[in-house]
Design a binder for this molecule. Sequence first.
Ligand code: TYD
Length: 205
Amino acid sequence: MLITLEGIDGSGKSTLMEALRFSLADLNPVFTREPGATWVGDAVRRAVKERLDPVTEALLFTADHAAHLAAVIRPALNERRLVISDRYTDSRFAYQSVTLEGTVPSPLSWLQALHAGWSLRPDRTFLLILPVKQALERIRDHSRREHFESEEILANVQARYLDFAAADPTRFVIIDALKGKEEIHAFAEAEIRRIVGWSQTSRRS
Ligand code: TYD
């Protein structure tokens, strides 16, 4: 079972991830992230700080995804572990479809084609949504912002995320990120336990 957390910078994904790490310990999940779960991801993190051209950047994030799938996700799923990833392919589809605008003709189709055949679709995706102004407030203190963290880019990225959720309502679970941390955590934890219970039941039947 593969569960992903998505949302714009400042949406509270990392806080939720930390809370789940603690409360879901009995399920023994693999907690992982993109970019950065392998050395390829570390290189990508460094490269992103350099403001590379958008195609290079998109390919680097995708290379990180390939390494992440091969080294972390597929082995864990093969062992029937629960995998929870902080960002995954929807991050590329949302962010890079914005940054590639004007560089390639149909950025989203280009990105989808790049992933076709070898990537893996998550079973469930929690999408944290909040007004961009509030997200920027929350990341105001970051010593050095990622270059994605401008109001215009994040507004476009969030609009893409919402489009994906509308197109795939059985996979996406939208969470109001303005709600309290505890409420968000309790909801996500209960939902994950429910989904995992389901998957075990369906495997038995
Ligand atoms: P990260 O350090 O995980 O930031 P956060 O803590 O906000 O999740 O990710 C770094 C940045 O990289 C973040 O602004 C989102 C962006 N990103 C992409 O543009 N494309 C991708 O495929 C991924 C995984 C991240």
